[in-house]
Write a protein that binds this ligand. Structure first.
Ligand code: ATP
Ligand code: MG
Length: 366
């Protein structure tokens, strides 16, 4: 998959930018606060329903303007698609080849991009919610059916919680059964995804960190030991029954896939408690690489890789390992740094270089 051209207007601090990125490596360098991450965010948004930075659409529109616009021409499987995104405070409008798109699923797979940014490492140390958000987004990217069952589950959860809060609990059993039904589908799809990623994670961790530590990704949903939807459904029903008393007391569903967590282990120990910052960063990067692999297998071609703030992320050795690996793959990569790093340019052949200043981009050559 390749982004052949991208045009951005009135998006965050970018007034107008139009570039034709290089097929392989692209370096966007500039001082702090100039618009490097903003450009990566614009690219990411072309293929994703949500930003990796914010849920609030008005933040994305340049101060004083009414709407932000992003256009991209994407080559995938020999076919070129033109994607257009208009963002306003009230909502976003997407067009593919001039035709309005109303469902998120229609955009699915049109521009796959995996981002690795400084904020991502936070998910190791933060609460389960950020890991769940990552998991849900990552599963959805490679599994179009996931969004539908995720929405169903959350719709039913809302209904059940509403009943739990009210004095009349008629119908609670029916909602509980429905919740177990859709919850089992959510869990089955998550388990499949985690099992695939766990098998490749180890390889990528070794590629980046060069060490011999064993890295594991785990997902152990509460009350569930089965991996197939039918038995998971029964186990979830049991779980909901066990928690019914406390659910009624708190007026909310206190266990289930909406509370589950991912586990990150290094040498059989929790990465959160025992991993150094560098190990945590390497782990998350390896996770993203495994995710790219999975997307490659699903779609038959690599997603874009957006590496934000590379200079601050990894040490020189790990950076070198990463670049060496990336040169062996057919991946279009966008890297942002604060300096026009000579070692990076040496490692990235034919890298297209862009200087970012005050929301403007200047092409400086390959
Ligand atoms: P760093 O190296 O510090 O990560 P960066 O080049 O990645 O910097 P960005 O995050 O891309 O910086 O851009 C930040 C700039 O964009 C800030 O100056 C911020 O004030 C500006 N900005 C963010 N949202 C808007 C908006 N809606 N309208 C105008 N400017 C905005
Ligand atoms: Mg930035």
């Amino acid at each position: 998959m390749r982004l052949c051209s991208v045009a951005v207007a009135d998006f965050r601090n970018i007034r107008t930018v139009h570039i034709e990125p290089g097929e392989r490596f692209n370096l966007l360098y500039g001082l702090n606060g100039q618009g490097k991450t903003n450009l990566l965010e614009a690219i990411y948004l072309l293929g994703n329903p949500r930003s990796f930075r914010t849920f609030r659409l008005p933040e994305l529109v340049r101060h004083g303007e009414r709407q932000a616009r992003i256009y991209g021409s994407v080559e995938s499987g020999g076919i070129e698609n033109n994607l257009q995104l208009v963002i306003e405070a009230a909502g976003r409008k997407v067009q593919i080849d001039g035709k309005a798109v109303h469902k998120a699923s229609e955009l699915h797979g049109k521009l796959n991009a995996v981002i690795f940014s400084p904020d991502d490492t936070g998910m190791v140390r933060m609460g389960p919610e950020s890991r769940r958000r990552y998991l849900d987004r990552a599963v959805y990217m490679g599994d179009i059916g996931y969004l539908h069952c995720w929405h169903s589950y959350h719709r039913i959860l809302k209904q059940r919680n509403h009943l739990l809060k009210s004095s009349d609990r008629t119908g609670l059993d029916i909602w509980t059964e429905k919740l177990a039904e859709t919850g089992a589908e959510v869990i089955e799809r998550r388990l499949k995804f985690v099992a695939v990623l766990d098998t490749t994670l180890q390889k990528y961790y070794a590629t980046i960190a060069g060490g011999s530590e064993t890295s594991r990704l785990g997902y152990q949903p509460e009350g569930v030991i089965s991996t197939e939807q039918g038995p998971i459904r029964e186990e979830l029903l049991e779980l909901f029954k066990r928690h019914q008393r406390s659910d009624e007391r708190y007026g909310t569903t206190t266990a289930g896939p909406h509370r589950d967590d991912l586990t990150f282990m290094l040498d059989e120990r929790p990465l959160k408690a025992f991993g150094s910052q560098g190990q945590q960063k390497s782990f998350v990067l390896a996770l993203k690489m495994a995710e790219m692999d999975n997307l490659h297998d699903t779609f038959g071609e690599s997603p874009l890789l957006l590496l934000d703030d590379m200079s601050s992320e990894l040490d020189a050795c790990r950076n070198h390992n990463l670049m060496e690996f990336l040169t062996t793959r057919e991946i279009q990569v966008f890297i942002t740094t604060t300096e026009r790093s000579p070692s990076l340019l040496e490692a990235a052949p034919h890298c297209a270089v862009f200087h970012v200043e005050d929301g403007n981009l200047t092409f400086e050559g390959n």
